[in-house]
Design a protein around this ligand. Structure first.
Ligand code: ADP
Ligand code: ZN
Length: 217
């Protein structure tokens, strides 16, 4: 049972790290971005509202985000096994809302891993990112470092790959700005709580995995 938060700029590779962490530690991977994208593809009201913000690189408002997250944490798998939060909290107000939820439920976060990657690298990664369209797979490729064997096709499941609407230069720039102004303060917030571990993102995926493993133990 572990309760983990992974912090990092958009495109820092959080999502890829979360896949193995979730398996190795047997904790549900909860990505607010994935939940929003699922709602968008299903055409729900929430999806329609969230898309307006996501396409601009802005944070989806707290009213649409916090309740969504806490009700997910109320589900049995999180109660039994803990959780791995990816993309939440993304602002101080979200961190405070999470804190309140944790207190009410008499639980606490074990560790916050801060994945540190510089802006230039982030931009290049986001523009090269391809995502598997199969909602049960969601494998992430990078045309520069980790291309699929056949262009446009997922190695794992054969589904077509796509470029996320928000992986364009303008939106990535905005997402980075949003990250620096709203999310970065969380580094100090969790550092003050004594639970932050910073991991510098490495060129090789496996090298980052090794460092994250250390941070989690
Ligand atoms: P990335 O980490 O690559 O930016 P995510 O999938 O985590 O991608 O998020 C995509 C978008 O979804 C964000 O840019 C933001 O608009 C929205 N989003 C995700 N999580 C949150 C959150 N906790 N609060 C507000 N907006 C969010
Ligand atoms: Zn796939």
């Amino acid at each position: 049972m572990k309760r983990i938060i992974i912090l990092g700029a958009p495109g820092s590779g959080k999502g890829s790290q979360c896949k193995w962490i979730s398996k190795d530690y047997n904790v549900p991977h909860i990505s607010t971005g994935d939940i929003f994208r699922k709602n968008i593809s299903e055409g729900t009201e929430l999806g329609k509202k969230a898309k307006e913000y996501i396409d601009k690189g802005l944070l989806v408002p707290d009213e649409l985000t916090i309740g969504l997250l806490t009700s997910r944490l109320d589900e049995a798998d999180c109660k039994e096994n803990g959780f791995l939060l990816d993309g939440f909290p993304r602002s101080l107000s979200q961190a405070e809302a999470l804190e309140k939820y944790l207190e009410e439920n008499n639980i606490s976060i074990d560790v916050v891993v801060n994945l540190d990657v510089d802006d230039e690298e982030i931009m290049s990664r986001a523009l090269n990112r391809r995502t598997c369209s199969n909602p049960d797979c969601k494998e992430i490729y990078n045309m520069r470092d980790n291309p699929p064997k056949v262009e446009g096709v997922c190695d794992k499941c054969g589904a077509p790959l796509f470029i996320r609407d928000d992986d364009n230069a303008v939106t990535v720039q905005n997402r980075l700005m949003t990250y620096h102004t709203q999310t970065e303060p969380l580094i100090e917030y969790y550092s003050n709580k004594g639970i932050l571990k910073t991991v510098k993102g490495q060129k090789e995926f496996a090298d980052t995995v090794a460092l994250v493993k250390e941070a989690l133990n």
